[in-house]
Design a protein around this ligand. Structure first.
Ligand code: F6R
Length: 608
């Protein structure tokens, strides 16, 4: 969603803000803008941050300011809808990430009081509301902000400035993340820690309902009712190099190439191979409770949901725990029939996805234990859940998830081992899984080393208008994920199906112009997959197979084959997703699209 960034200190703010927006651009890239103290107006532009940087030139000299990169919700991408927004007096400046739900009624009321609106956004009502309250509160800006925030409903991560009080930035949070970066004589506010990393690793995270006033002298956090809050700063564990492309053309490729290391980071120190055990420090305190759960409900969105489906199969087969998987946007509004023997597990890279978070909160209200598999340390889902496991995959900057998805699969395998060994899983089986997991980085490396071949296949088929992805059992969710990846970055219509479902409808679409990617490793459903591939070929459909190294038979059933090393069936998704990520990447690059900034999308979906 949108990204906000603010600075106060002694340095010139404009350059710092522009650089910060460049890092945050993955959160939204419809339009951007900045306001710095001492400037009569904000600088805003449609499109990327570069357009704002060009407009700014060297003319802004203020040493504090606020900035925003937008993913449009209310009001299309245009200069007038770009943030920062200002009031009628042009003194109050604000950037907003989230949605003000009662903006229509506020706008009507404020318009009756003479306020003139310059944009179509929901956000703008807030600056006029503050202006209105300032009049009633003897020009007390801070109090006017607090009072106004109590009147709005919806979600926000905000930063404000007042032209008459340069050097002071205020920030508030309700549902959309806010991190304060603590430098030496300078402070930062951002939607996530990535732009702060360039300046400091010391941060404090705001919680919902909190408000902070920041100047170069320091910061104070309080509730909207002005009750002071003490919070110990934490340290960002990511490195600055993690948020740079490091010589790669795109983050998506860089992050796919990082996958062997991502697996190592997910399993490091967590496998006791000889005993066939997984040690998950984040679950230690709830281990006894977990031993008693009878049902697991997994919740996630998009790729995280598909990872959850793989997790369900693992947990049911090896840990004997009945599991269900739900998308957050549905679960949050459904009747949740949970009991004390149910646990809810959220999977989220960002740890900020609004729908996943809402489902978790609803589950907590029902008294159910909540767990998280989260990549972003300190994120809301990580903090809200009762216990959890971090991915340690490093920041994912490409909008399409690659390494985080793969890492989620690995952590789900660890969780299966952990819960399985609490139940019936033998030490021998545990050891087999652990041993195989240790081999995964090298096996992914083998696939990555064959990427030229995947590129050639992508170029051969990349002109198609539609694609089908099929798989069975553990690889059915990987078919969904492969199709999602292609849709996201190349805008090609792609559908993922459990291969057995083909004959119940989708087979009707198949002809020579509609290729199919078939995930067919040598596993318990191999023969079934071969039959499904033949059904497609009988309808003149072309088939690209993902097969196990050494499987020569598959060549008789496919037009092209991509080979992967052999592994345990339950771990095969960790390997099979890699060629699909590369395939989507190469097709999108061939078609000339910016794979790191797919149209209409943004990383970290912090609105409903
Ligand atoms: C797809 C993708 C999205 C995310 C989804 C959940 O490539 O990136 O589908 O997986 O928005 O995001 P997180 O994991 O941050 O909750």
């Amino acid at each position: 969603m949108c990204g906000i960034f603010a600075y106060t200190g002694d340095r010139r703010a404009a350059g710092i803000l522009i650089d910060g927006l460049r890092v945050l651009e993955y959160r939204g890239y419809d339009s951007a803008g900045i306001y710095t103290a001492g400037s009569p107006l904000a600088v805003r532009a449609v499109g990327t941050v570069r357009n704002v940087a060009e407009k700014v030139g060297g003319r802004l000299i203020g040493t504090s300011g606020i900035a925003h990169t937008r993913w449009a919700t209310h009001g299309g991408p245009s200069e007038k809808n770009a943030h920062p927004h200002t009031d009628c007096s042009k003194k109050i400046w604000m950037v907003h990430n989230g949605i003000i739900e009662n903006y229509k009624e506020l706008r009507t009321r404020l318009a009756l009081h003479g306020h003139v609106f310059a944009s179509e956004t929901d956000s703008e009502v807030l600056v006029h509301l503050i202006e209105e309250h300032m009049r009633a509160l003897g020009n007390d800006f801070e109090q006017a902000v607090r009072t106004s925030l109590k009147e709005v409903t919806g979600t926000y991560g905000l930063a404000f400035m007042h032209a008459d009080n340069p050097g002071v930035v205020m920030t508030a949070r309700m549902g959309s993340p806010i991190v304060i970066g603590i430098g030496k004589g300078e402070y930062f506010v951002a939607s996530d820690p990535t732009p702060i990393l360039h300046h400091t690793k010391d941060v404090v995270y705001l919680n919902d309902g909190e408000f902070a006033v920041i100047s170069k002298e320091g910061y104070s956090i309080s509730t909207l009712d002005n009750a002071l809050i003490e919070r110990i700063p934490s340290t960002i564990e990511w490195d600055i190099d993690d948020v740079k492309k490091g010589g790669f053309e795109h983050f998506m490729l860089k992050e796919t190439i990082e996958e062997p290391e991502v697996i190592l980071n997910a399993i490091r120190g967590r496998l006791v191979v000889d005993e066939g055990l997984a040690r998950l420090g984040g679950l230690r305190e709830v281990a006894d409770q977990l031993a008693d759960i009878k049902r697991l409900v997994i919740v996630g969105c998009g790729s995280a949901y598909y990872a959850g489906v793989v997790g369900k199969y693992m947990l049911e087969e090896y840990a004997g725990i009945p599991a269900e998987v739900e998308v957050g946007s549905e679960l949050r509004y459904r009747k949740m029939l949970f009991d004390k023997e149910t646990a809810v597990l959220a999977i989220s890279q960002s740890g900020e996805t609004a729908d996943t978070l809402a489902a978790i909160k609803e589950a907590q209200r029902k008294g159910v234990m909540t767990l998280g598999i989260v990549n972003a340390v300190g994120s809301t889902i990580a903090r809200e859940t009762d216990a959890g496991v971090y991915n340690h995959a490093g920041p994912e900057m490409g909008v399409a998830s690659t390494k985080a998805f793969l890492s989620q699969l690995c952590v789900l395998a660890l969780l299966t081992l952990f819960l399985g060994r609490q139940r019936g899983m033998s030490a021998v089986m545990g050891k087999r899984i652990a041993e195989e997991m240790l081999l995964l980085p090298g096996k992914v490396e083998v696939i990555l080393n064959a990427r030229e071949k995947i590129r050639a296949i992508a170029h051969k088929y990349g002109h198609a208008r539609d694609f089908l992805y099929i798989g069975r059992k553990y690889n059915a969710p990987i078919a969904y994920e492969g199709a999602l990846k292609l849709k996201e970055v190349s805008y090609i219509h792609a559908e993922g199906y459990g291969a057995g479902e083909m004959k119940h409808g989708p087979l009707a679409m198949i002809d020579e112009a509609f290729p199919t990617l078939a995930i067919a490793p040598k596993d318990s459903v191999y023969e079934k997959m071969i039959s499904n591939m033949e059904e497609i070929r009988a309808r003149k459909g072309r088939v690209i197979a993902l097969a196990t190294e050494g499987d020569m038979n598959i060549k008789e059933h496919a037009d092209d084959v991509i080979y992967m090393p052999k592994t345990l069936e339950m771990l095969s998704p960790v390997l099979s997703v890699v060629p699909l990520q590369l395939f989507a990447y190469y097709v999108a690059v061939m078609r000339g699209f910016n794979v790191d900034r797919p149209r209409n999308l943004a990383k970290s979906v912090t609105v409903e």
